[in-house]
Design a protein around this ligand. Structure first.
Ligand SMILES: C[S@@+](CC[C@H](N)C(=O)[O-])C[C@H]1O[C@@H](n2cnc3c(N)ncnc32)[C@H](O)[C@@H]1O
Length: 210
């Protein structure tokens, strides 16, 4: 297929992107690694020995950062509908996170252990139909939140990528109902023109504690 003008512009921008070049040099699988590195520099989420579930893990940039910063101890479970090349110290599950059977597999991998940190960089494929895409994204946010409420320990954290748009404000309100502390992060590697931001919730409010 002949590349369109927009896809050519995207490829040019991608190749020239300083974070893409840096990721290549430094051995990260995606430019997204720099988003988590910056957030973690500020919020100190990744500590040795914790257990982390990385939703939307492929190609593995966030799981790499988690593993690096946690050292050899602790658990990292990655989930993605796409395949992911194996990463040492990361349990990867390929499947649709919206499927109850896939969430059950994550629980089995966790054993009886509660989760310290749920990361969600989940993003649906964009169809171009705004209302449909927003609804798909909001469904993923809600599922990731529901999973976190059930899986996190009382002091756990939940970092999620969301987009400004129809469901944004109501999702922020939901986060504030569930977590003691909710902050917004927009790391430098998140492009200015992108409506994405990251929400970080920490500490479950009493009615959500297990
Ligand atoms: C922005 S990418 C994640 C990049 C990753 N954090 C990294 O650093 O390499 C978003 C991912 O979400 C995944 N995804 C979207 N919907 C999903 C679903 N329902 N279940 C599992 N993964 C999904 C996509 O396949 C894609 O790999």
């Amino acid at each position: 297929m002949k590349p369109t003008r927009t896809s050519k512009a995207w490829i040019r921008e991608h190749i020239n992107d300083p974070f893409v070049q840096r990721a290549k040099r430094e051995g990260y699988r995606s430019r997204a690694s720099y988003k988590l590195l910056e957030i973690d520099d500020r919020d100190h989420l990744l500590r040795p020995g914790i257990s982390v579930v990385d939703l939307g893990a492929s190609p593995g940039g966030w799981s790499q950062v988690a593993r690096q910063r946690m050292g050899v101890h602790g658990k990292v479970i990655g989930v993605d509908v796409l395949p992911m090349e194996a990463l040492e110290g990361v349990n990867f599950l390929q499947g649709d996170f919206l499927a109850p059977a896939v969430q059950e597999q994550v629980r089995v991998l966790l054993g009886n252990r509660s989760v310290d940190l749920v990361l969600s960089d989940l993003a649906p494929n964009i169809s171009g139909v705004t209302l449909y895409d927003q609804a798909r994204a909001a469904e993923l946010w809600e599922m990731a939140l529901e999973f976190s409420l059930e899986a996190l320990g009382p002091e756990g954290g939940f970092l999620i990528k969301v987009f400004h748009g129809a469901d944004f404000e109501s999702f922020v309100r939901r986060m504030k109902q569930c977590f003691v502390r909710v902050v917004t992060r927009k790391p430098a590697a998140s492009r200015d023109r992108s409506s994405e931001v990251y929400l970080l919730g920490q500490g479950l409010k009493p009615k959500h504690k297990g």
